[in-house]
Unconditional design. Structure first.
Length: 171
């Protein structure tokens, strides 16, 4: 099963929907958000509860996602290396390019497989690595997954600490 999530951002993501046309629809379960549903998918829903998304990610052979932090972290927690299609500002898919920046940073560390050209989706789906965890259990809690995903390899286990001189941003 290929699970695809486009998230909840209000801008449509037709580029990714068009890229899905080259995949076997009988394998696709798609959460399409504010984009039009792919007509050939076995299942397509606009939005789904978080528990359902987590269940689908855990059961999927391959996950294709926008570069939403929650979606990526959930994949990593379940041992999946997601194929990530970042929304791009220049294409009107998001308000800025933070998804592009996040995808580049995580790809450099081997956490995600970036999809810069959606025409390569069939090839990348075929080459996607199997899950690192096969029992469907999350490997760490969310905070540990965030730390793991964002820290360079040489700094694993290092904790972020507030200095005594730091001032809260909001009071």
């Amino acid at each position: 099963m290929i699970f695809v999530t486009l998230g909840t951002h209000h801008d449509p993501f037709p580029r990714l929907i068009e890229g899905l046309q080259a995949l076997d629809g009988s394998q696709l379960i798609v959460q399409h958000g504010h984009s039009p549903a792919p007509l050939h998918a076995a299942e397509a829903v606009e939005f789904m509860p978080v528990a359902d998304m987590v269940e689908r990610i855990g059961a999927a052979d391959v996950v294709v996602t926008h570069a939403g932090v929650g979606s990526i972290l959930t994949c990593l927690r379940y041992g999946k290396t997601p194929l990530v299609v970042p929304r791009q500002h220049r294409l009107g898919e998001h308000v800025d390019d933070h998804q592009v920046e996040l995808t580049r940073a995580l790809a450099e560390d081997g956490k995600v497989i970036p999809v810069w050209d959606v025409t390569t989706l069939p090839e990348l789906v075929a080459l996607a690595p199997p899950p690192a965890v096969s029992n469907g259990e999350a490997t760490t809690d969310l905070h540990d997954a965030v730390r793991e995903a964002l820290q360079p390899d040489g700094q694993r286990g290092r904790r972020f600490r507030r200095s005594r001189d730091s001032v809260p941003l909001a009071s």
